[in-house]
Design a protein around this ligand. Structure first.
Ligand code: PGA
Length: 256
């Protein structure tokens, strides 16, 4: 199976618990054989960014961002600050932030607009919970469509005088019940992820003409099942959480 032009994001979340461990972990990535056919991005906690640096097709992402340049915003980090450390991508709207910190579609929209304006590549996460899933495909699709359209409100393509300009956008479809649960292959077949990916592409292409976008799948993806998802041309890559901390999984994924 030939897998090309995919993008794989390794989301370390709030791990590991020391700088030394972070450097050790990153070294596993650097010492692995990295496939040149695909793009790989590591998203460590902010505090480890200064200790890590990108290489050819191994880039860095932040796990979040604030929507102002600087000022009285205690505890926040701006795009300018992370760009200084060679960060190219930013994850916005992860379900763990929506759930644990009450991030709303409105906040996510502010972050997306500002990150794009500042030239960061946005990885915008969407996904439904189990309750919504139980109501059937139509309800799920409506929910995802709303998340997409609210998050991308006021986003424009190639018009310099508008709020934010993009020509490439990455959406990560991550059904919440599949995150960190290892139930993706039981509950969520790759065919289901394929269906949702096609749906997301339909929604985006009717809203944004000329936009280049990628749709990734996320939810307990590991070195074993990643190919089952990304073998489809409609699924452009994966967002990997738990497996991004495990040596053998990292090696398998980087070699695809
Ligand atoms: P997981 O996390 O691979 O551990 O399910 C994915 C994510 O939340 O980004």
């Amino acid at each position: 199976m030939d897998i090309n032009n995919k993008i794989i994001i390794f989301n370390w979340k709030m791990n590991p618990d020391s700088k030394k461990e972070a450097e050790k972990l990153f070294n596993i990535y650097l010492k692995s054989k990295i496939s040149s056919k695909n793009k790989f991005v590591v998203a460590p906690p902010f505090v480890y960014l200064p200790a890590l640096s990108s290489r050819n097709n191994l880039s860095l992402a932040a796990q979040d961002i604030f929507w102002k340049e600087s000022g009285a915003f205690t505890g926040e980090i701006s795009p300018q600050m992370i760009k200084d450390f060679g960060v190219e991508y930013v994850i916005i709207g992860h379900s763990e932030r929506r759930k644990n910190l009450g991030e709303t579609d409105k906040i996510i929209n502010e972050k997306i607009l500002f990150a794009l304006k500042e030239g960061l590549k946005v990885i915008f996460c969407v996904g439904e919970d189990l309750e919504i899933r139980k109501n059937g495909l139509k309800v799920r699709q409506e929910f995802i469509k709303n998340q997409l359209l609210s998050g991308l409100d006021r986003v424009h393509i190639s018009s310099r005088d508008k709020d934010s300009e993009i020509n490439e956008l990455i959406i990560a479809y991550e059904p919440i019940w599949a995150i960190s649960t290892n139930i993706n292959s039981v509950e969520d077949s790759p065919e289901d992820a394929l269906k949702m990916s096609i749906f997301i592409k339909e929604v985006l292409s009717s809203k944004f003409k000329n936009l280049k976008f990628k749709v990734l799948y996320g939810g307990s993806v590991d070195g074993q099942d990643i190919k089952d998802f990304i073998k489809y041309k409609e699924i452009d890559g994966a967002l990997v959480g738990g497996a991004s901390l495990k040596k053998e999984e990292i090696k398998k994924i980087l070699s695809i």
